[in-house]
Design a protein around this ligand. Structure first.
Ligand SMILES: [Zn+2]
Length: 68
């Protein structure tokens, strides 16, 4: 399991998942720098981060399983 940035908490991920259920948003997070990402498929893994350029963006639903 990859190291998860300290700013990405279970609470933050859960909120993003809930938001995505009530809207068409596809939230994700970068595990390397903690940035929010948009337009990320729920089960995405290792997408490129627009902030830091690392392939560390995971979909919120995928992350929920990792932080829960
Ligand atoms: Zn990043």
């Amino acid at each position: 399991m990859p190291r998860i940035h300290e700013s990405i908490t279970a609470e933050r991920v859960m909120e993003a998942v809930e938001d995505s259920h009530s809207s068409l948003a596809n939230p994700g997070f970068c595990l390397a720098c903690g940035a929010d990402a948009e337009g990320v498929e729920p089960d995405a893994r290792k997408y490129e981060c627009e902030c830091c350029g690392k392939r560390a963006v995971y979909g919120a639903e995928e992350l929920l399983m990792m932080v829960a």
